[in-house]
Design a protein around this ligand. Sequence first.
Ligand code: FAD
Length: 502
Amino acid sequence: MQDLRIRKVVIVGGGTAGWMAAAGMSKLLPANQVAFRVVESEAIGTVGVGEATIPHILYFNRLLGIDENEFVRKTNATFKTGIEFVNWGRLGQSYIHPFGPYGAPMDGIHFHHFWLRYAAMGKAPPLERYSLMIQAARAAKFQRPDPSKVNTALSLIAYAFHFDASLYARLMREHAEARGVTRTEGRITNVVQDPHSGHVQNVVLETGEVIEGDLFIDCSGFRGLLIEQTLKAGYDDWSHYLPCDRAVARACEKVADPIPYTRATAKASGWQWRIPLQSRTGNGHVYSSAHISDDAALDSLNADLDGAPLTEPNFLRFTAGIRKSPWTKNVVSLGLASGFLEPLESTSIHLIQTAIARLMTNFPDKTFNQPDIDYYNRRTRLEYEQVRDFIILHYNATARDDSPFWNYCRTMEIPQTLADRLAIYRENARQYRHDNELFNEVSWLAVMQGQNIEPKRYHPIADMISEEELVRRMTHFEDDVTRSLATMPGHQAFIDQHCRSA
Ligand code: FAD
């Protein structure tokens, strides 16, 4: 019988996507069965940003068998319990989108319905008082979850990391090479396709070296060397929903102990991130070139740095959207080669991780069965669309009218999927999680509530308990957060105790 198994996988690109793919795939597929080769060009370099993550990265690190304290040490990482959004709903307002819950579900319905009833009684403190992750962020405290503290907020702690992207890629490379992945340095100058099937047969380096493969993973960044320049997969442009198309990034020196959350501050024509690492602070201004020039964007970034700059400005251009078919023929694109959603909710590295998992689930043989490929592409698109809608929400749910940029975002047409979700929440506060999507009801609630979307009513089941019982339960949740917070160490103290070299 013909051997249809994939034997040679060529990963084009050695940025975060390329090395995550190499580390993840070589962990799951034995080296004596499949040969992995990463081709990267130091002269071209990597995008050089991408430092804030969401909790799911813990699973990826665990899959690779990475010791977390060592990981934090090796990548200059800090812990992260959420993202603070400043000036989004209105100038002068701030809220935190937390990892982990507010309170806990009661009688099978979401906590916030009870909080809304409590608020209608005129008794409720702000929603954020019921989130340990928000309170810990604001108090610069951190610890990992404590499963022994059953039924307390301490058992439900959720977190992610900020890390140095180049050190993370290096760590991924160490893991990949330890599993037999080989690396070739050099610029690819030619891509050769099979004349009949159009499949990529090999890539040719500047040196003339020819590298053959059965399956090619395109991690070549925005240029999409195989998926777009060769296979012309096409791109769905979402910039009418997400008009920011540029960023300027620069690191600055650390001036204080790192805070355990990312900050995203809305500006006149975009927003600015602040990502605290152990060694330095990452900053970047994401902006719409239709509304502000590069020079003015840099001036605006520089004006809001809280330490001396350590690097020259790194200007980047992008278009929000997704490849029409991220997997085309025998090429699967990952990372920036497959699409781009701005880093407002720190989702890009996560989208690399889920794409790797999906590729492993749908791992092909040499027949490259088209229905499998179609399934992969449908799932990928759905995931991107769900994240896209969540990011659009931040721009659209605003009262800001202080610049042409905000006037556009506030009044723009939004996808029907998002419009439906908003209509439901405004009417009866319900949050339905679609198809196991990445952002759950807590995330949607945090942003809707944080950006002043007020529902007309709450779930009728919240009325089923007596007023006394409601007050008792709400007081219990609030006290639990206060008590739990009091026992938590400071974020820097936690790093010093657990993640420093012996
Ligand atoms: P790249 O880093 O661009 O790597 C491309 C690789 O391909 C390089 O190794 C290059 O040498 C190689 N290559 C290209 N052409 C050739 C060739 N011809 N021959 C040989 N090699 C070649 N994500 C997050 O999760 N959190 C964030 O906070 C975040 N912030 C971001 C901020 C901005 C402004 C941007 C633009 C992105 C951000 N991202 C973030 C996304 C994140 O940076 C990327 O998802 C991640 O770095 C993966 O990039 P990549 O590996 O796909 O591409």
